[in-house]
Design a protein around this ligand. Sequence first.
Ligand code: FES
Length: 183
Amino acid sequence: MPQVDLSLVDGIIDGHLGHPSAVITILQEIQEQYRYLPREVFPRISAKVGLSEAKVYSVATFYENFSLEPKGRVIIKVCDGTACHVRRSLPILSRLQKELNLTDGKVTTEDLLFTVETVACLGACGLAPVLTVSGQAHPAMTPDKAADLIKAIRETELKTAAALASEHSALRSNDPSTNAVGN
Ligand code: FES
């Protein structure tokens, strides 16, 4: 989970001149950084914009786009609007939950890679059943296709992590300070 850098939070608030009317935008920008609203930011926002902490908190809880819990790097939204529901969106959701060891009450994986949510309508009913992966729509979904998507994302993540690790180790081996021979 990312560490909360309060100087970054201060920069966001100061970018809006600490104006109380900008509190929603401030919360949005903080959420873009952390993918959720860490508890630590509320007293900071309160002190800098001059609203009570309870007021800032009530704004954050009023809008469902704000999250007070950490979310995964990959957000999967399964549509359960009427068109998707009648085309069997729930078995897709169940399969994703099973693959990722999630439940209706536990929507983010331990490794903070995936969050699985349901939404009322993605506005693409003609493509039902639909889900989005980090904002990209995947039409005519089935439970098997959803499981394949998860597998593909995991493989990509593993390859990226391996590439980063090998880049890191190449950088270290070229760094004279890490190659010093002990006397
Ligand atoms: S009901 Fe699923 S996209 Fe509209």
